[in-house]
Design a protein around this ligand. Structure first.
Ligand code: FMN
Length: 330
């Protein structure tokens, strides 16, 4: 694991011990397997990249159709089904591209390795490989994929989620760890508390994933996705994700590690512009992810970085971190 230095600036932040030059992160599954986005976006200008979720064995994913725009144009439905090369091929063919994960290596920003699985052992096996990898700055556990059978079960049960996190911590003791939860998990604060307590130091949350959804062709009366259901993402889910971040932050994330040292949260869901990102920050997120927006405009993160920078200055703050969780009461 390597923790690169961030450049000075109002947007520089530290996330569970990982220094980021700014808080804008390319979300899992939306920026290639690891390095591919480097061709369309200058990755030295974003905070970090999350890899595609990797499982122990390769997966082809679900049959097509497995990705659809929503009719309103403000969202996407996907049921990719965790298509990925599997951990062996990932280590062989992709990890060498990560370099040192931020300055000096092949990739000019920290890389967060995303892990998916169908058992506690699956998560622990992939996390153990990631923890040994020099090019990865942190691990994200995808406990909330709605597009595969049993994909959301771990993330819906506090004891089951905590068991996965304990097993991962046993093989990745010092590694910054993010647990990715559904933004519509019932009682998300209870699940969040269970996983953060199980992970201990350097554990944070990513809130959240897509939400379960169904689109229908009304002429044929068939589902539009081959998997029948999929996950909805994009602006349609933004406000729900902001609320979940706010709820977790206020229930126990604020000052968790001492005055001003909040629980690290990556707010994710429907960020297309800087205002969406700023909402997440005010609700209690330390960083923000972007997924669906990258499909419409792969360079949109740069506008979000610029807009946040100006917003921080307009607010009279000396750094973005000062604004985390500062939503004013009505
Ligand atoms: C096509 C597609 C593939 C995705 N694949 C993954 C994945 O492999 N692992 C994961 O944790 N999330 C995955 N996600 C979820 C995103 O990382 C993100 O949580 C979600 O899309 C909400 O953010 P957004 O509204 O900015 O897209 C995927 C999303 C999309 C649209």
């Amino acid at each position: 694991m390597s923790v690169p230095p961030a450049s000075a600036g109002v947007l520089a932040t530290t996330l569970a011990g990982v220094a980021l030059r700014n808080p804008v992160i390319l979300a899992a599954g939306c920026a290639g397997t690891l390095h591919e986005f480097d061709e369309v976006l200058d990755l030295s200008r974003v905070g970090a990249v999350v890899t595609k979720s990797i499982t122990p064995l390769p997966r082809e994913g679900n049959p097509t159709w497995r990705i659809l725009p929503t009719r309103t144009g403000v969202g996407m439905l996907n049921a990719i089904g965790l298509a990925n090369p599997g951990i062996d091929a990932f280590e062989r063919e992709y990890l060498p591209r990560a370099g040192e994960g931020g300055g000096g290596g092949a990739m000019p920003c920290p890389i967060i390795g995303s892990v998916a699985g169908f058992s506690v052992e699956d998560y622990a096996a992939v996390a153990a490989s990631f923890a040994q990898a020099r090019g990865l700055a942190a691990i994200e556990l995808n406990l909330s994929c709605p597009n595969v059978k049993h994909g959301t079960e771990f993330g819906a049960s506090p004891p089951a989620a905590a068991e996965v996190v304990r097993a991962v911590r046993a093989v990745a003791p010092g590694t910054p760890l993010f647990i990715k939860l559904s933004p519509v998990a019932p009682d998300i604060a209870t699940i969040a508390r269970a996983v953060v307590e199980a992970g201990g130091e350097r554990t944070g949350l990513t809130i959240g994933n897509t939400i379960p959804a169904l689109a229908i062709d009304v002429e044929t009366r068939r589902p539009l996705l081959a998997n029948v259901t999929g996950g909805l993402s994009g602006p349609a889910i933004h406000a729900a994700a902001v609320r979940s971040v706010w709820e977790v932050f206020n229930r126990f994330g604020r000052d968790l590690h001492g005055p001003g040292k909040h629980m690290p949260i990556i707010g994710l869901g429907g960020v297309v512009g800087w205002r969406d990102a700023a909402e997440f920050i005010l609700a209690g997120a330390t960083a923000v992810g972007m997924g669906t927006a990258l499909y419409a405009d792969p360079r949109s993160p740069l506008g979000v970085v610029r807009g946040l920078d100006r917003w921080v200055r307009r607010q009279g703050a000396s750094s973005l971190s000062e604004l985390v969780g500062t939503l004013r009461p009505e």
